[in-house]
Design a protein around this ligand. Sequence first.
Ligand SMILES: *Cc1c(COP(=O)(O)O)cnc(C)c1O
Length: 229
Amino acid sequence: MGSIADNLARVRERIAEAAVRSGRTPDSVKLVGVTKTVDVERIKEAVSSGLQILGENYVQEARDKIKEVGGQVSWHFIGKLQTNKAKYAVKLFDMIQTVDSFKLATELNRRAQPLGRTIPIIIQVNLASEVSKGGVEPAECISLIKQISNLVNLQIQGLMTMPPFFYQPERARPYFAQLRELSQKIGEAQLPGVEMNELSMGMSGDFETAIEEGATLVRVGTAIFGERP
Ligand SMILES: *Cc1c(COP(=O)(O)O)cnc(C)c1O
């Protein structure tokens, strides 16, 4: 691994190439640097090299880092969110990518309301029905979105997924395509207050494939910060 600045530059280059390859502009893909287990010094190094969006999996861990790294960057929550952490999440994060139940959405909405905030959220979809992963089943996605769209302090912006792990990124492609198709279908339904502008998919091992299938947010940790302990 090179320095964080070098890694970041290389990831950006690969993002741009994948975007252009699929007839899109490089700025149509936003990089979320995944900083779970990464210490504040290294996060600051990435931020000073231009990283603007950070993704965190744990509320408690994020709270300490946000205090130190601060608000010049956007913080996305990308982990499994327990309902009892919703009250912290609405204060700390600019976007919550992993909403997958009406119960969680209701609690986020209830906690956002007294803050006068409308929280941008993304609906997590579990395409392969993996028990180890969060996400709504694709067949239930539309009805969940209809329910959540009535919650005025949340703003649905798109879909997120984490496909099964494969060593060959090509094998994840059908899942990425499936998320894009689901998002198109929901977009065509023109549900009031629902936007389908974001597709959050792709990690260190497969972000180029995800971009070729339409990703607008890629969540990359290892390729920027190195292997996690
Ligand atoms: C850890 C994590 C990532 C980043 O994974 P890498 O393989 O390190 O790039 C992306 N998305 C989610 C939801 C994660 O938990």
